[in-house]
Design a protein around this ligand. Structure first.
Ligand code: MG
Ligand code: MG
Length: 248
């Protein structure tokens, strides 16, 4: 069942998304070699709470933190740790969720720590490009497959792997609502209607598609150990074009 959001729900989603964007803005400032992912989590938690929101991820399915931090070959769902510190040349995907007034904002962004290799930089730029190619298709009258195809086309152009097991999703009262959104075409003809909200989130790999889940049950890594990038925005379809809630 796909919920279309009311005007009031959209207002709250924009507010929640703004708080998520504030966290990302801060992340960009503090990211440097030597900082631990646990420190990043503490900073994110503080901003979310100062803005009278709830960290959506904390306790979700038992997840123990406010953000997911996934470095290099880690794709998604990494648990922040004081034993995990960033170093020059790393990339890190930070996924943040905030709930305000009962409505959720969900956004992941990948960041370069210092100077990364040209091929990794290209992966980052291209994954971000695929996100915006997807967002462009988030309009009433299109179908979900239009978003999937747009993301896939950008990934295929560069020969990148596309993570198959995870994808975008409806978002609103819950972080994960219907529908599921594939990052590659499966021919899903579900109609996009105005005031539908979807978290669009391509995860592209420098190598193959395949991923494995760690023994902690959370951290997902590429099977070939090559880097992966992840970019996500919460987006609402409207007759006047897509609204990205999770940006400043
Ligand atoms: Mg997310
Ligand atoms: Mg998401």
């Amino acid at each position: 069942m796909i919920h279309r959001k009311s005007r009031d729900e959209i207002k709250k989603m924009i507010h929640a998304g703004h708080i998520v964007a504030l966290v990302h803005q801060k992340m960009k400032e503090v990211l440097e070699p030597g900082i631990s992912t646990k420190e990043l989590d503490n900073i994110a938690m503080k901003i979310i709470k100062e803005n009278r929101a709830i960290p959506t991820f904390l306790g979700y399915g038992g997840f123990p933190a406010s953000i997911c931090t996934s470095i290099n070959e880690h794709v998604v769902h990494g648990i922040p740790s004081e034993n995990e510190t960033l170093k020059e040349g790393d990339i890190i995907a930070i996924d943040v969720g905030a709930t305000y007034g009962g409505m959720v904002g969900d956004s992941a962004w990948s960041y370069e720590i210092g100077k990364v290799s040209p091929e990794v930089h290209k992966l980052m730029v291209t994954t971000e490009e695929s996100l915006f190619a997807g967002i462009e298709q988030m309009k009433p009258g299109n179908v979900l497959d239009d978003i999937s195809k747009a993301i896939e086309a950008v990934a295929n152009r560069e020969g990148y792997g596309i993570v198959r097991q995870y994808g975008g999703h409806g978002v609103g009262h819950e972080m994960h609502e219907d529908p599921f959104l594939y990052n590659y075409s499966v021919g899903d003809k579900t109609l996009i209607k105005s005031n539908m909200a979807i978290a669009i989130e391509p995860m592209l790999n420098l190598g193959c598609d395949d991923v494995v889940v760690a023994s902690d049950g959370w951290k997902v890594s590429t099977k070939d150990g090559k880097p992966s990038a992840h970019f996500e925005h919460t987006v609402i379809a409207t007759d006047d074009g897509p609204i990205i809630t999770t940006k400043l």
